[in-house]
Write a protein that binds this ligand. Structure first.
Ligand SMILES: Nc1ncnc2c1ncn2[C@@H]1O[C@H](COP(=O)(O)OP(=O)(O)OP(=O)(O)O)[C@@H](O)[C@H]1O
Ligand SMILES: [Mg+2]
Length: 259
């Protein structure tokens, strides 16, 4: 048997929600060093809510979020990357009036003070199209290019763990292919990731193991080395559908945040 991986991101019984709506119920999950972990779930399952609790934008009501042994549970959003966790939110949150160069430069300056693993040159090599757009305001980029800037910016924060909320959603197949290739490259270089994804075949291709979230609870786990069996057995489809698909109304921006 291989040695257990060093534990990086560790969520224990995390609960969170919006006002009277409790969305996450005692969610426990972890990401080890050089591990790519998937989080699957239908629309409305609570995936982005979980991501916002990790990023510090949504208050954790109970439970703990730790990374590398440090308690992040009550930290404000700008403090989370300083501890090695970079999050690409569903909304990407770029500074629209700032150029690609300025968006990336800001991340580089706000990253952790240590020998950078990723330079601007590295991220432009990962996403060559951004070289041509380097002086363009982010708001004038296509959705796919904005997603690339968001991922590049997260890498420039020099994270130990990268958390990505559905990076391929709404993008053209060619762009999805480019982004998948970058994620595969990062994986092969040992980057630890928590990848939120609804596309099961993409998750199977990109992750070592995965959790399924349904109505705010972890209802199923795909253990390392069991993706093939899981897909063949149909167990995942049962876990997915068992929680009930739910349609989601357009919603207002998150109001609740940590101070
Ligand atoms: N800002 C908000 N205020 C109130 N309720 C919200 C808010 N954001 C999300 N919700 C509710 O929380 C629940 C989970 O939403 P969330 O966005 O976390 O789901 P998701 O799994 O990311 O879905 P999707 O796949 O559509 O992105 C839903 O019932 C949603 O309506
Ligand atoms: Mg979401």
């Amino acid at each position: 048997m291989s040695a257990p991986r060093e534990l990086l991101l560790d969520l224990q019984k995390v609960s969170a929600g919006y006002g009277a709506l409790k969305v996450l119920h005692d969610v426990s999950l972890h990401v080890g060093k050089a591990e790519v972990v998937g989080l699957l779930g239908a629309n409305g399952a609570g995936k982005s809510t979980l991501v916002r609790t990790i990023s510090g934008h949504l208050r954790v009501r109970s439970g703990t979020i730790r990374h590398g042994g440090v308690d992040l549970t009550r930290l404000a959003p700008h403090r989370i990357p300083q501890h090695g966790v970079a999050v690409v939110l569903e909304a990407r949150n770029l500074f629209g009036d700032m150029t690609v160069a300025e968006n990336l430069g800001l991340a580089l300056r706000n990253g952790r003070q240590r020998v950078p693993r990723f330079s601007i040159k590295d991220v432009l090599n990962l996403f060559p199209v951004l070289t041509e757009k380097y002086g363009t305001p982010a708001k004038l980029l296509s959705g796919g290019q904005q997603q690339m800037v968001a991922i590049a910016r997260a890498l420039l924060l020099q994270p130990d763990v990268l958390v990505l909320d559905e990076p391929s959603t709404g993008l053209a197949p060619k762009i999805i292919k480019d982004i998948v290739e970058v994620l595969q490259q990062l994986r092969s270089e040992g980057m630890s990731m928590l990848l939120i994804e609804q596309n099961v075949s993409m998750a199977a291709q990109l992750t070592d193991r995965a959790y399924v979230l349904s109505l705010g609870r972890i209802v199923y786990e795909v253990a390392e080395g069991t993706w093939k069996n899981t897909l063949e057995s149909g167990a995942l489809a049962d876990a997915y559908l068992g929680g009930g698909m739910k349609s989601v109304e357009p919603r207002p921006p998150v109001k609740e945040s940590r101070q």
